[in-house]
Design a protein around this ligand. Structure first.
Ligand code: NDP
Length: 306
């Protein structure tokens, strides 16, 4: 089955040939005029449910991305077996090269992206005996630094009216409240920038490496700190976009999907992946012209206190 964009192109080419025109230039323009949504970590869990929900409600092409091509294509095939049309692109959020290749692909093929859902994430199990220093390093590398790198490459590509959804967690709020007063004040402040936030995340990893993080007011949770980073970064980017591209009406938010039955959270969680996709998809499909939420932390489709 061909994508809607590809079908549109073929129709255009046939029409151009009928008129005796060269198709090349207009074909590119036609591809660029179709909308595109990109989901990271889309091969399973909440990411896959987000892709499935977008298939039903987003008018445009949808890219399931995954770090592993085999797992990604398998997920695309499973959706195809359900009659859903999804495209695949490889994207490992810890591999800047793969982020750059993907960003370039969407720039060339679509002139940018309309919806970006940063869903990819990892968490060590509570019972995992990996030293905390390693857990801090590995967890932040994916959840904070990976998400930040994706945003560095993709945010400039987000088109006017675009929506950016960063899947954080309610654990970010809980962990924020466990931070010392100085750190809490910085994460909540309106004047923290990306450089300061990244330096704080690096500092946490460094201190965790020496077992000294709690002495400087950090909580004993690598996942929690990584998601503090994701939520705060979303707020920073929202403020920056409002300042630098005020007319583009791009909305950036962080969200919590709830406690969801996935490989990450286990079988006891109350929500299905489809339930977990509700808030991310709500934010991804905020209607044209909406001005809020923007720069917020959202759970159950409702703005939460940060
Ligand atoms: P899963 O473990 O089921 O899925 C995580 C997804 O992220 C997988 O597709 C995984 O790919 C992908 N991923 C991990 N590392 C990378 C990477 N380096 N590059 C690209 N993709 C990567 O978890 P969930 O579906 O539960 O979690 C999805 C998001 O929701 C995460 O950000 C998580 O923190 C958040 N969340 C989940 C909650 C829950 O209760 N489940 C609660 C709150 C937040 P692969 O298959 O290759 O490992």
């Amino acid at each position: 089955m061909r994508s809607r964009a590809a079908q549109k192109c073929i129709q255009l080419v046939v029409f151009q040939q009928f008129l005796g025109l060269s198709p090349t230039h207009s074909t590119t323009i036609s591809m660029m005029s179709s909308k595109v949504a990109v989901v990271t970590g889309g091969n399973k869990g909440i990411g896959l449910a987000i892709v499935r929900a977008l298939c039903e409600r987003f008018r445009g092409d949808i890219y399931l991305t995954a770090r592993d091509e085999g797992r990604g294509r398998e997920a695309v095939a499973s959706l195809s077996a359900e009659g859903l049309k999804v495209d695949f692109h490889r994207l490992d959020v810890t591999d800047v090269g793969s982020i750059a290749v993907a960003a370039d692909f969407f720039k060339r093929k679509y002139g940018g992206v309309d919806v970006l859902v940063n869903n990819a994430g990892i968490a060590f199990k509570v019972a995992d005996t990996t030293p905390f220093a390693t857990q801090a390093d590995v967890t932040l590398r994916t959840n904070y630094f990976g998400t930040r790198d994706v945003l560095t490459h993709f945010l400039p590509l987000v088109k006017a009216g675009g929506r950016v959804v960063n899947v954080s967690s309610f654990v970010s709020v809980r962990s924020l409240n466990k931070c010392g007063a100085r750190l809490r004040e910085r994460f909540r402040s309106d004047d923290i920038g990306e450089d300061e936030l990244t330096a704080l995340m690096e500092r946490f990893v460094e201190l965790a490496g020496k077992g000294e993080h709690e002495r400087e007011g950090w909580p004993q949770t690598a996942y929690g700190v990584s998601k503090i980073g994701v939520t705060t970064l979303s707020m920073i980017h929202a403020r920056r976009l409002s300042k630098e591209r005020p007319d583009d009406q791009i909305l950036v938010n962080a969200c919590c999907p709830g406690w969801v039955r996935t490989d990450m959270a286990g079988p006891q969680a109350p929500k299905s992946p489809e339930d977990g996709a509700v808030t991310p998809v709500f934010l991804a499909l905020l209607p044209a012209g909406a001005s809020e939420p923007h720069g917020k932390f959202v759970s159950d489709e409702t703005v939460q206190t940060w």
